[in-house]
Design a protein around this ligand. Structure first.
Ligand code: C2E
Ligand code: MG
Ligand code: MG
Ligand code: MG
Length: 275
């Protein structure tokens, strides 16, 4: 009887769900063509010191669909992860970010590192370290100019994750923990991971400084990171008051609309030219 029920899953479908599934399948089908047709592009969001000096940038992928227009990662990254396409897409993103960074340096523009988001699925792929090494070789980028942003979901007590991070560090690239504080992780493991920067998620800064409890929480997360010797970056800073709070409490780096939204590569080139 159980078999009969599982053989008829459509019984549970409602029209909303099937609509979503259709949308999902069409995205899935379009991925390979989108990559072949160069429909993915990178935007770059500058990273600043609390004094307002540009010291880095994060590459953020967008899908430029000829019909729909710009599609943001929130609308396709999870589908790409579920289908495994993220490995191919992530490789393209890393290659393009490194190639562009090297091109800017060749043009004598301000040399600052680029950070690339790495999905957990991409990271655990057996070929990941090789592909990073390969991209660095092909683009000629000095590894000091590449940072990998991984999420907390990888902060689990698995030896092979630590050893993979050590291999990446040995290549000379930097590692940051993205969206810190939002995922499931054991803070206890943080000390065992060879990471350089803690990127505190923007949800922790949203109501600061007016909400005292939020301010206290943000301050203690910053202290935690500092006590482990990590660089502290805060995401999503939108106001002068947030910047001020972060600065007063010893934060290092800022990424957020207060200083700059993500920029097209042309706008980023201009920024690097004027600095
Ligand atoms: P993320 O890595 O945490 O990137 C920061 C996101 O916050 C970006 O959204 C950025 O535009 C947004 N943001 C920055 N400053 C502010 C601010 O002051 N206020 C607000 N409200 N938002 C701000 P975006 O570009 O839509 O990317 C969303 C997420 O998609 C990223 O979050 C990242 O998790 C994922 N993503 C983007 N590109 C890639 C990629 O190439 N590979 C993978 N695996 N994931 C990516
Ligand atoms: Mg990121
Ligand atoms: Mg983030
Ligand atoms: Mg975030």
């Amino acid at each position: 009887a159980a078999k009969e029920i599982t053989a008829k899953p459509y019984v549970y479908f409602n029209s909303k769900l099937s609509e979503r599934l259709e949308e999902r399948m069409s995205i899935e089908k379009r991925f390979p063509h989108a990559l072949e047709n160069n429909e993915f592009i990178l935007h770059y969001q500058p990273k600043y010191t609390t004094e307002g000096k540009v010291v880095g940038m994060e590459a953020l992928v967008r899908w430029l669909d000829p019909i729909v227009g710009v599609i943001n990662p929130a609308q396709f990254i999870s589908v790409a992860e579920e289908t495994g396409f993220i490995v191919e897409l992530g490789t393209w993103v890393m290659y393009e970010a490194c190639r562009q960074n090297q091109a800017w340096q060749n043009q004598d523009l301000l040399p600052i590192p680029v950070s690339v988001n790495v999905s957990a699925i991409q990271f655990v792929h057996p070929n990941f370290v090789n592909s990073v090494e390969d991209i660095l070789l092909k683009t000629g980028l000095d590894p000091r100019f590449l940072e990998l942003e991984i999420t907390e979901s990888l902060l689990i007590d698995v030896d092979h994750i630590i050893s993979k991070l050590q291999k990446l560090k040995a290549l000379g690239v930097s590692i940051s923990i993205d969206d810190f504080g939002t995922g499931y992780s054991s803070i206890n493991y943080l000390k065992d991971f060879p990471v350089d920067t803690l990127k505190i998620d923007r949800t922790f800064v949203m109501n600061v400084p007016e909400n005292e409890r939020d301010a206290a929480l943000l301050n203690s997360i910053m202290q935690l990171g500092r006590s482990l010797g990590l660089t502290i970056l805060i995401e999503g800073v939108e106001t002068k008051e947030q910047l001020q709070f972060f600065k007063e409490h010893g934060g290092d780096l800022i990424q957020g609309y207060y200083f700059s939204k993500p920029l097209t590569k042309f706008k980023m080139s201009q920024l690097l030219l004027t600095k």
